[in-house]
Design a protein around this ligand. Structure first.
Ligand code: PLP
Length: 390
C-alpha cells in the first residue's frame, strides 16, 4: 500500500524515529571529526567543541535559555535524577521537603522514593480526572522546609499539559526552585523557560526525532542562580555538574533535532490535531459511547490520543493488531507488567478502565493513509475480539 509502512508506528511517546536530516548532520562526528570536545590542543578537539557549542546554542534558542544554561546528560532519566538528588544535596541546609505529583514518570517517582528512604520528605499531589493538579493544593503543601517543586510539563501517557507558568509563579513567590520534566513537551509545544518561570528542566533528544542516549537539563543562571550538586564525578565537564566525555554525535543530533522541531512545530501540530480529532471521532462513531478520552480534552499534547475502549482488554487488543499497528497501553517502562498504569489509576476511574485503554502517539513521519488505516483497523479488531468473547 502506498504511503503506509507496516506496522504503522504510533508509539512516539516511547521514542521517535531518527529524522534523516539529523542523521546526516551527525555522520561526520562518528568518522572524520571524532575529536574529544575537551581536547583543546588540536583541531580535532576544536572541531568537536565547536559542534557542541553550536548545538548548545540551538537547544537554548528553542527554549529561550542561554547556551551556558544547558547541561548535557544521557537523557531525561538522568536529568530527573540530577535535578532531585542535586537539589536535595545542594540545599540540604535549607530544607528537606520536595513536592511532586502522582502522575510523574518513574524517573521522578523512584528517585523520590529513594530520597524518602534517605530521610527526606516528599509530598505527592493527587490529580483530577483529567490529570491536572490543583494549584491551591500545591500552595497548601508548601512548608518552610520545601526546597523543590517538580511537576512534569506534559504527561507521557495521557498527554495532559500542566499549568507550568502558574506552578512556577507559585514556586517563586515562596522562594522555591521549580523543576519540570519536559521530555514530552520540548519540541512539541512552545516552551519558554523565562515566561514559564522554570528553573530546572529535563528533556531528551529521542522524543524529538533525535538520537537515543543524549539529553539535557536546563539550569537557570540568573534570577535566581540555581546550584546543582553533581551525581557523577570526574573531569569536571559541563561546569562540574556532569563529568564524562561528551557524546559529540549525539549532541549534534540533539541540536539538529530541536532546530527542525522549532521550525516545523506549528505545521506538525496542525497535522496531529487533525489526525487525533479524526481518529477519536471515528472511533466514537463506529463504537458509540463505549469510547472515551483519557486526559484533558484541550490541555493536551497535540500528538497524543489515549482512549478508553470500554469492555476491551488492551492486553488482548494490542497483540491482535501488532502486525499492522505498533501501539502501547502506556509507559514503555511498565508495559510488560500486568500492573495497571499508575497514571490511569490516579485519574480515579478504577482498574478496569486502566486495563482497557490504549495510547496512540503520533509522529512526524506518519501519513494520512496510515491514520485512515488505523481508523478502519481498530474498530474491526475490537468487534472481532467481542465476537470471540460473546
Ligand atoms: C521518555 C521520558 C523520560 C525518560 O527519558 P530518557 O531520555 O529515555 O531517559 C522521562 N520523562 C518523561 C516524561 C518521558 O517521556
Amino acid at each position: 500500500m502506498p504511503n503506509i509502512k507496516f506496522p504503522i508506528y504510533l508509539d512516539n511517546h516511547a521514542t521517535t524515529p531518527l529524522d534523516p536530516r539529523v542523521l546526516e548532520e551527525m555522520m561526520p562526528y562518528f568518522t572524520s571529526d571524532f575529536g574529544n570536545a575537551a581536547s583543546m590542543d588540536h583541531v580535532y578537539g576544536a572541531k568537536a567543541s565547536e559542534a557542541v557549542e553550536r548545538a548548545r546554542e540551538r537547544i537554548g534558542r528553542t527554549i529561550n535559555a542561554r547556551p551556558e544554561e544547558i547541561v548535557f546528560t544521557s537523557g531525561a532519566t538522568e536529568s530527573d535524577n540530577l535535578a532531585l538528588l542535586g537539589i536535595s544535596r545542594q540545599y540540604a541546609d535549607e530544607g528537606d521537603h520536595i513536592i511532586t505529583c502522582v502522575t510523574e514518570h518513574t524517573a521522578i517517582l523512584d528517585t523520590c522514593k529513594y530520597l524518602e528512604r534517605a530521610g527526606k520528605k516528599v509530598t505527592y499531589l493527587p490529580v483530577d480526572q483529567f490529570g491536572l493538579i490543583d494549584t491551591e493544593e500545591l500552595e497548601a503543601a508548601i512548608t518552610d522546609k520545601t526546597i523543590l517543586i517538580s511537576i512534569m510539563t506534559a504527561n507521557n501517557e495521557i498527554g495532559t499539559v500542566a499549568p507550568v507558568k502558574e506552578i512556577g509563579k507559585i514556586a517563586h513567590e515562596h522562594n522555591i526552585i521549580f523543576h519540570t520534566d519536559a521530555a514530552q513537551a520540548v519540541g512539541h509545544i512552545p516552551i519558554d523557560v523565562e515566561e514559564m518561570n522554570i528553573d530546572l528542566m529535563s528533556f531528551s533528544a529521542h522524543k524529538v526525532n533525535g538520537p537515543k542516549g543524549i539529553g539535557a537539563i536546563y539550569v537557570r543562571r540568573r534570577n535566581p542562580k540555581v546550584k546543582l550538586s553533581p551525581i557523577i564525578f570526574g573531569g569536571g565537564h559541563e561546569r562540574g555538574m556532569r563529568s564524562g566525555t561528551l557524546n559529540v554525535p549525539g549532541i549534534v543530533g540533539f541540536g539538529k533535532g530541536l532546530e527542525i522541531a522549532r521550525r516545523e512545530m506549528e505545521k506538525d501540530r496542525m497535522k496531529f490535531t487533525k489526525w487525533t480529532k479524526q481518529m477519536f471521532e471515528s472511533f466514537k462513531k463506529q463504537l458509540s459511547d463505549r469510547v472515551q478520552l483519557n486526559g484533558h480534552p484541550s490541555k493536551r499534547l497535540p500528538h497524543n490520543l489515549n482512549v478508553f475502549f470500554e469492555g476491551v482488554e488492551s492486553k488482548a487488543l494490542i497483540p491482535l493488531v501488532r502486525n499492522e499497528v505498533a501501539i502501547s497501553a502506556g509507559s514503555a517502562c511498565t508495559s510488560d507488567l500486568v500492573e495497571p498504569s499508575h497514571v490511569l489509576m490516579s485519574l480515579g476511574f478504577g482498574e478496569s478502565r486502566a486495563h482497557s485503554s490504549v495510547r496512540f502517539g503520533l509522529g512526524r513521519f506518519n501519513t494520512d493513509e496510515e491514520i485512515l488505516y488505523v481508523i478502519g483497523k481498530m474498530p474491526r479488531a475490537i468487534k472481532a475480539l467481542e465476537s470471540v468473547n460473546a
